[in-house]
Design a protein around this ligand. Structure first.
Ligand code: AMP
Length: 264
């Protein structure tokens, strides 16, 4: 695997491959890699000629400086993991490399980005969309892979790619979960063992209510989670999904489950 820090070198290298007729599959991440990330990479490897991964903990999408400071950094382990799975390229830019404009230019979405996770995280999706656009333009991949765990993020990125006529196809991949049902997340590392057991109840409750949809499903699920000690930031139905953000101690977790509808 070849690691590249410089955006110009990255862009030149990716362009050389695409000009030679090779399809690049791109997986952008913030590192501390887990099985959720690896599922995206395996899919990209299976579908494209080359796998390109980026690791960049994007400061512009953190509205809470403490959250950014606490974000796990496992770069040595991540490089070993990527080498093991046979990634071809790793992009490791610094803030200065990716933001020569010091974040003067941004991508602002004016509707969905203010809802759900966007309500309590002002500026979060502007940071996400801005960095993802930069990464997609630099990579010029055939396809980029995103997880359905971050459902709202996926929808916003897909919408941006359509709005700006990007050449890269945006592909979504299902949520990968631990045996307990807890969705893999880099933030799970910050949970104590007791909190981790509690965290698994998020999926349990969402799944229960997703199987018996009614007008009050979201409200009832929120009440149940509050009763179990979660601080519920939101719990909402959207486009056939039950989506939630909760806090356990100081750790914020998100998850979503597709609502099952039975026809009589
Ligand atoms: P992150 O490093 O958290 O920015 O995530 C990088 C990509 O991995 C995003 O597209 C996430 O949606 C995806 N991802 C994170 N956790 C999971 C998971 N448990 N299952 C599937 N995809 C995931």
């Amino acid at each position: 695997m070849k690691s590249i820090q410089n955006p110009t070198v990255w862009k030149r290298t990716m362009t050389q491959h695409t000009a030679a007729g090779l399809n690049v599959g791109f997986v952008p991440t913030m590192g501390a890699l887990h099985k959720g990330h690896l599922s995206l990479m395996e899919r990209a490897k299976a579908e494209q000629d080359l796998l390109a991964v980026s690791i960049f903990v994007n400061p512009t999408q953190f509205n809470d400086p403490k959250d950014l400071r606490n974000y796990p950094d496992r770069i040595e382990k991540d490089i070993a993991t990527l080498t093991d799975i046979g990634a071809d390229y790793l992009f490791l830019p610094s803030y200065e490399d990716l933001y020569p404009d010091n974040y003067r230019y941004t991508i602002v979405e004016t509707d969905l980005s203010g809802q759900l996770c966007g309500k309590n995280r002002p500026g979060h999706f502007t940071g996400v969309l801005t960095v993802v656009l930069k990464l997609l333009l630099l990579t010029g991949a055939q396809a980029a892979y995103f997880g359905e765990k971050d459902w709202q993020q996926y929808k916003l990125i897909k919408g941006m790619a359509e709005a700006f006529f990007l050449n890269t196809e945006i592909i979504s991949c299902p949520v990968v979960r631990e045996d307990s049902g807890l969705a893999y997340s880099s933030r799970n590392e910050l949970l104590s063992s007791i909190e981790r057991r509690q965290a698994a109840q998020l999926f349990e409750v969402l799944s229960t209510y997703a199987q018996k949809p009614c007008d009050q499903a979201a409200e009832s699920a929120a009440q149940e989670l509050t009763g179990k000690g979660f601080k519920v930031e939101y719990l909402q139905q959207d486009e056939g999904r039950l989506l939630a953000a909760v806090q356990i101690g100081s750790v914020r977790l998100i998850d979503n489950v597709r609502i099952t509808t039975f026809s009589s």
